[in-house]
Design a protein around this ligand. Structure first.
Ligand code: PLP
Length: 373
């Protein structure tokens, strides 16, 4: 029996760092400061420095980060927020949660991130914000997106949930626009052991407003300036994230090496490989190839014990939850093509070359059997 290869392997990561993580957990449990303990502010300072951005506010999840960032920027009922349909639904849920309407636009056929021309074309008098998503760890074209947003007086909120440490034109994501949102969902490049997220921003006022909103609009224990939310980052998660953060650069280096190796080994194999824009330095949350025989390939990989994924098979404009927005199949053609053909191959920092060779061989065999040259 050959050993199976998962899409991500969190157990391998824990095995490598368990003493540091266990120490952090024990420290919090012994202190009993489970809510807003000192690790939260300490992690915020560490993570802000890591992203080279002045402010970081820890919150309960990436979804909460998106919602609070939009609220802090004053986005609400009657507003439109431009974003992509090729993303996890949380990007759009945050827009809906504040009472605004998602305006879905197509993606660039090479980078699979927000098409900036489509963004410019979608702007109406009601447009209040744009949320570019750095999907798969590939930064969106922040130079053009920021320029268009500034020209129209629209706020920019990065969805950086998959892109911790990625850079665009030398600047780390999280430091563009008005605010950026990170997820520390366990499988993300920096993952907690439960739900956690953060908003980073260059603007003191935005950080202050997110800080207020995440903790019941509270100025002090019994005084609430605003109607807020219970969206605090848990102290245990902050302590775990602090223990893991010093490893993130090394994990990213490992991801980049494995991604380059996939690209070298899969060249001329008949699948579409990821494209990296000249200004981008991605962090490879996922390594996504495309093939017209997507479902067959996933089934064959599964048969060989290889856990491939699909991110994401049903674009948001065609989700039942967004049927009331009235989009039809065919309205976002690039998004729909990518959704129908994308395959996420296993990728995690601890992956061995031997494991990767097995994935590559399985992909090549599948394509050659289908498409003999
Ligand atoms: C994971 C993710 C989110 C949501 O983050 P949670 O921490 O799971 O709430 C939002 N956007 C994208 C692109 C994501 O991948």
């Amino acid at each position: 029996m050959t050993e199976s290869i998962p899409l991500v392997d969190l157990q391998a990561q824990y095995a490598a760092i368990h003493s540091e993580v266990d120490g952090a957990i024990r420290r919090v449990v012994e202190s009993a400061q489970f809510i807003m303990g000192p690790d939260v502010a300490a992690f915020e300072a560490d993570y802000a420095a890591w992203c080279d951005v002045p402010h970081c506010v820890g919150v309960g999840s990436g979804t909460a980060a998106l919602e609070l960032a939009l609220r802090a920027l004053g986005v609400g009922a009657g507003d439109e927020v431009v974003t992509v349909a090729h993303t996890f639904i949380a990007t759009a849920e945050a827009i809906s949660a504040v009472g605004a309407k998602p305006a879905f636009v197509d993606i660039d056929p090479l980078t699979y991130t927000l098409d900036s021309d489509a963004f410019a074309a979608a702007i109406t008098p009601r447009t209040r914000a744009v949320i570019p998503v750095h999907l798969y760890g590939q930064p969106a074209d922040m130079t053009r997106i920021e320029a268009i947003a500034e020209q129209h007086g629209i706020a920019t909120v990065e969805d950086a949930a998959q892109a911790h440490g990625a850079t665009w034109a030398g600047t780390t994501v999280g430091a563009f626009g008005d605010a950026a949102c990170f997820s520390f969902y366990p499988g993300k490049n920096l993952g907690a052991y439960g739900d956690a997220g953060a908003v980073t921003t260059r603007h003191e006022a935005v950080a202050a407003q997110v800080r207020l909103l995440r903790n019941h609009g509270r100025r002090s224990k019994y005084l609430h300036d605003q109607v807020g939310f219970g969206h605090r980052m848990d102290t245990l998660q902050a302590a775990i994230l602090r223990a893991k953060l010093p490893h993130l650069a090394g994990w990213t280096t490992a991801r980049r090496r494995l991604a380059a190796r996939y690209t070298a080994l899969l060249e001329n194999s008949g699948v579409v490989l990821p494209y990296v824009a000249p200004a981008a330095d991605p962090v490879w949350h996922l390594y996504v190839i495309r093939t017209p025989e997507r479902d067959g390939m996933i089934a064959e990989l599964a048969r060989q014990g290889i856990g491939a994924g699909v991110h994401y098979p049903v674009p948001l404009h065609l989700q039942p939850a967004y049927a009331d927005l009235g989009y039809q199949a065919g309205s976002l053609p690039v998004t729909e093509t990518v959704a129908a053909t994308c395959v996420s191959l296993p990728l995690y920092p601890e992956m061995t070359d031997g494991q990767q060779d097995r994935v590559v061989a399985a992909v090549r065999q599948f394509v050659e059997a289908r498409d003999p040259v």
